[in-house]
Design a protein around this ligand. Structure first.
Ligand code: PGA
Length: 232
């Protein structure tokens, strides 16, 4: 599998289905497949050989932070990949760019992999400026090679509305140029937002799109398998 696939289950997976999900997905286990279950399911997933990621963690590290979960503990459990900057964290939890920058520093200190989400809120002439602005703030004082960027237009997440391949490629080129100009090692850029078994066929042809961050469809084992069959 050449494309990097990150499954972001959010809180979609019904825990009655977890064992069956793991059993079936194991057949597709691969270095290029990262599964990010919700925290209730995390331990069960960690018992498998699958590559596991966390959907979130606290920007404070083992301090007073009620209801949060620390990177150190997750890392200790064997979680090596971390999604940060997801627009749902921004929208529902008010996460600001300086907090995302702080989380990126914590990931860097551990030597773990960061899956950093960026994306425009509206498809217009400011889209690329907004993405550049996010990158500058998130990567302030950070040169980290162990990163993957996920370009996720906010209006495409969970809506079924996907931009044309050409537009996605254009935005990805802008992201890659940002890192190229910083003289950083080539960075993989994923696309995320309403990817399903149909759209992945068209998008995976693109050599600019290095993989996909997939939400809702990834939590349904039958759909997840169909997605993986396309890119295998
Ligand atoms: P979606 O979510 O595939 O359900 O649109 C993608 C994401 O939020 O990462």
């Amino acid at each position: 599998m050449e494309k990097l696939i990150v499954f972001n289950h959010k809180i979609y997976l019904d825990n009655k289905n977890t064992s069956l999900y793991i059993e079936k997905i194991k057949e597709y286990n691969n270095d290029n497949l990262i599964i990010c279950p919700d925290f209730i399911e995390l331990n069960t997933f960690l018992k498998s050989d699958l590559n596991i990621g966390a959907q979130n963690f606290s920007s404070t590290n083992q301090e007073a932070d009620t209801g949060e979960i620390s990177l150190s503990k997750l890392y200790g459990l064997g979680v090596k990949n971390y999604i940060i900057g997801h627009s749902e964290r921004v929208k529902h939890h008010g996460e600001k760019l300086n907090i995302i920058n702080k989380k990126l520093k914590l990931i860097e200190e551990k030597g773990a992999k960061a899956i950093v989400c960026v994306g425009d809120k509206k498809d217009n002439i400011f889209s690329e400026f907004l993405i550049m602005y996010q990158l500058k703030k998130i990567f302030k004082n950070i040169v980290n090679d162990n990163i993957v960027i996920a370009y996720e237009p906010v209006y495409s997440i969970g809506t079924g509305k996907i931009l044309s391949r050409k537009k996605i490629e254009q935005r990805i080129k802008v992201i890659k140029k940002y890192f190229f100009d910083k003289k950083q090692k080539e960075v993989k850029v994923l696309y995320g937002g309403s990817v399903d078994e149909n759209s992945i066929k068209e998008l995976s042809i693109s050599s600019y799109i290095d993989g996909f961050l997939i939400g809702k469809a990834s939590a349904d084992i039958n759909k997840a398998i169909k997605l993986l069959e396309v890119v295998k």
